[in-house]
Write a protein that binds this ligand. Sequence first.
Ligand code: HEC
Ligand code: HEC
Ligand code: HEC
Ligand code: HEC
Ligand code: HEC
Ligand code: HEC
Length: 506
Amino acid sequence: MDTEKTPPPAVEPWHRSRMLLRNPVSLAGVALGIVSVANIFIFFLIDQIATKPSPYIGILAYMVSPGFLILSLLLMLAGVLLERRKHAAPSAFYPRIDLNDHTQRSAVISFITFLLVFVVVSAAGSYKAYEFTESTSFCGQLCHTVMIPEYTAYQLSPHARVACAECHVGAGATWFVKSKLSGSRQVFATIFNTYPRPIPSPVRNLRPAQETCEQCHWPKKFYGGQLKVFSHFGSDEKNTLRQIRMLIKTGGGDPATGAPEGIHWHMNIGNKIDYVAADDKRQVIPYIHVEDLQGRVTEYYAKDSSLSKDQIAKSPRHHMDCVDCHNRPTHIYVPPDQSVDQALLARRIDTSLPFIKQEAVTVLAATYKTNDEALRAIASGLQGFYETKYPDVAKSRQLEIRNAVTEIQQIYSRTTFPDMKLNWQTHPNNLGHYYYPGCFRCHDGQHVSADGRAISKDCNQCHSVMSETEGTATATAPAPAFQHPVDIGDLTQVSCADCHTGGTGP
Ligand code: HEC
Ligand code: HEC
Ligand code: HEC
Ligand code: HEC
Ligand code: HEC
Ligand code: HEC
C-alpha cells in the first residue's frame, strides 16, 4: 500500500496571513517603509560622499529616517493584527505553521533571514546614530546660536581637533547615559528657547579631569620650565611695544618623574588640595585644605573672608584638578587688550597708525546690542577718530585704516557674542593673574595657616623674568625682577586685574 499521505491543504494559513497585509493600515506601512529605506540609502550616500556634509544630513540619515522605518513596521503589524481580529475566531488567533510544508518552510526561512538582516543593519544604524550624537558637528553646529560662542572659540584653540565629547562625556556607560539625559533636556531647552544666556560656567557636573584630560595628558609628566614671551603695545601715539620674556616654572607633581615642584605641584599626585568657593564662579576662595604625602593637613583661611568658619565647614568642597586652573583649555574668550596685541604683533593691523592700540580696544570693549550694530560702530568709531584727530592720516592712509577696521570687526565677531550675552568678562580664565584673579585667588598673601604661613605671592615663585624690553626682546641683559612700567609701589600688595581689566585702560 502506498503509505504516503497527500499533503494537507495547509497552504491556506500562510496565504491567509499574506492576505492580511492587504488592508489600508498595513499598506500605508509598506509604502512608508519603502520610502524610509530609500531615504536612509540616499542620505547615507550623501553623508559618505560629501566632503563637508551638513550636520542635518546626519540627523536625517541616522535618526529621522530609521525612526520612520520602525514606525512603518509597527503600522504593518498593527494592520495585520486588526485584520486578524476581524476574521479569525479567537481560538485560531495565531497562524498555524507547518514546517513540513515547503511553501511555509521557505516563508519562515525568508522571514527569519529578513529579521536577522534587519537586526544587523539597525545595530549598525544605531551605532552610526550614536557616533553622530557624539560628533563635533552635532554638539557645536546643530544648536547653532546656543553653542556658537563655545564652538567659535574652540575652533581657534589648541584643542580644535579634539571632539567635544572627549572632554564633556569621556568613555564608559554611566557618563554616556548622563550626557544623553542632560543632552535631551538641552535639546528641549533649545527648541522652546528656554536656555540660559550666557550658558553658565563652571559646568556643574563636569566629568572629573582624571577621566577626560588625563586620558590624553599623562599627569605624571614633568614639564620643567617653558619660555614664554608676553608682548604688549602701549596706549600711546606710537603704540610702543614692550616685551617680557619669562621662564614659566611648570614643573611636575610626581616624585617618580622629577621633584614635585613648580606649578604642577598641585597635580594632586603627592598632595590633595580641596577648597571652598564663596561664589558660583569660584573666584572667591575663603578656605583651602592641603593634605601632603605624609598625611599632614594644613588649612588656610582668607584673612578678609565674608564667610564664618562655621559656614565654611558646611559649604561643599571642591577637589582641585586640572580644570581649576585650565578652565579655558578650548573656550578661550580673549580680552580685547590681548587680541589687539596679537593682531598688531602679527602685523594684521598696521602698528604705525597713531593710537591704533588704544582706539581698537576702545571700540572693542564698548557694549553693543547686536553684532551688526557693533560692526557698524567699530567702522564709524575708528574712521571718525582719524578724521577728527588726524585728518592727514585719514586721507593718506585709507587702505591701512580700512584693513584695521576689517581686522577689528573680525576680532569682535570671534570674541564677543551679544546674542548670548557673552564677552571676555563672562567666564574668567584662571590660568595666570593678569586679566583675572586666577592664581591670586589663593596666592594673594592673604590666605594664612594656623602657624601663620601665607600662600606665597612671591613674584619669582611661579616664573622668573629673563628680560624686559621696550621694542622687540632680544637675549640681552637679564632683568633680576619684573619692573612695572609705571611706579605703583610694592607689586606684592596689588591685584593686577584691578587695573588690567582686558578692556580700556589701565
Ligand atoms: C579640551 C577639552 C574640551 C573640549 C574639546 C570642549 N570643551 Fe567645552 N568645556 C571644557 C571645559 C574645561 C569647560 C569649562 C568647565 C568649567 O569651568 O567648569 C567647558 C565648558 C563648556 C560650556 C559651558 C560654557 C562655558 O563656556 O564654560 C559649553 C556650552 C561647552 N563647553 C560646549 C562645548 C562644545 C559645543 C564643544 C565642541 C565644539 C566643546 N565644549 C569642546 C572643555 C572642553
Ligand atoms: C583627545 C585628547 C585630548 C584631551 C581629552 C585633552 N587634550 Fe589637551 N591637548 C591635546 C593635544 C593633542 C594638545 C596639543 C595641541 C597642539 O599643540 O597642537 C593639547 C594641548 C593642551 C595644552 C597646551 C595648550 C597650549 O596652549 O599649548 C593644555 C594646557 C591642555 N591640552 C590641557 C587640557 C585639559 C585641561 C583637558 C581637559 C579638560 C585636555 N587638555 C583634554 C589633546 C587632548
Ligand atoms: C595650579 C594650576 C594648574 C593645575 C592644577 C594644572 N595646571 Fe597645567 N599648567 C598650569 C600653568 C600655569 C601652565 C603654564 C601655561 C602657560 O603659561 O601657558 C600649565 C601648563 C600645562 C601644559 C603645557 C605644558 C607645556 O610646557 O607645553 C599642559 C599640557 C598641562 N598644563 C596639562 C595639565 C593637566 C593635564 C593637568 C591636570 C592633571 C594640569 N595641567 C593641572 C597650571 C596648572
Ligand atoms: C585653590 C587654591 C590655589 C590656587 C587657585 C592656586 N594655588 Fe598654587 N598653591 C596652593 C597651595 C595651598 C600651595 C602650597 C603653599 C605652601 O605649602 O606654602 C601652593 C603652592 C604653589 C607653588 C609652590 C609649589 C612648590 O614647589 O612647593 C607654586 C609654584 C604654585 N602654587 C603655583 C600656582 C599657579 C601658577 C597657580 C595659578 C595657575 C596656582 N598656584 C593656583 C593653592 C593654590
Ligand atoms: C602663583 C604663581 C604666580 C605668582 C605668585 C606670580 N605670578 Fe605672574 N604669572 C603666573 C602665571 C602662571 C603667568 C602666565 C600666564 C600665561 O601663561 O598667560 C604669569 C604671568 C605674569 C606676567 C605676564 C602677564 C602678561 O600677560 O603679560 C607678568 C608681568 C607677571 N606674571 C608678573 C608677576 C608679578 C609682578 C608677580 C608678583 C606680584 C607675580 N607675577 C606673581 C603665575 C604667578
Ligand atoms: C594701579 C593700577 C595698576 C596695577 C594694580 C597694575 N598695573 Fe600694570 N600697568 C598699569 C599702567 C597704568 C600701565 C601702563 C600702561 C601703558 O603704558 O599703556 C601698566 C602697564 C603694565 C605692563 C606693560 C603692558 C602695557 O600695556 O604697556 C605690564 C606687563 C604690567 N602692567 C603688568 C602688571 C602686573 C603683572 C601687575 C600685578 C602684579 C600689574 N601690572 C598691576 C597699571 C597697573
